[in-house]
Ligand binder design. Sequence first.
Ligand SMILES: [Zn+2]
Length: 124
Amino acid sequence: MDEDAIKQAQIAAAWEAHNAGPHGYRRQWLIRLLAMQDDKCAYCKEIISISPTGDATLDHQVPLAKAGADAFENCVAACELCNHAKGDLLPGEFALVMLDRRAQVLEGRRKRAKWRGRYSRRHP
Ligand SMILES: [Zn+2]
C-alpha cells in the first residue's frame, strides 16, 4: 500500500467513525423514533421531519443532566420548540408546563412556518 492509499483508508475510517460516533447513533435513533411516532412530535403532536429544514430533534425523556441514560429507550423524537421548552425537566414536570406552553408552542410554530414559507419562495 502506498502513502496515498493509506491516507485514503484513514480518511474513510475516520468518516465511518464519525457516522457511527457520538452523533451518528443518535441520528439513527431519531430516524427510528420518527417512524414509530408517525413523524409526530412526542409532545405537541405536530408533524416534524429530519430534513435540513425539518425540526425533529432527539429528546432524552429523563435528561442526561438528571442522570438519564443515553439509550434509545430513554429517547423520543420532539420538535425543536418542545425540546427547548422541556430543557432539563422530567417528563411529568414537563407535562404540567406543556398545559401552559402548548398555546405558546403552537403560536411559535405558526410564525416559523410563515418564515419558512417565505424562505423557500426566495430559495427554491
Ligand atoms: Zn413539539
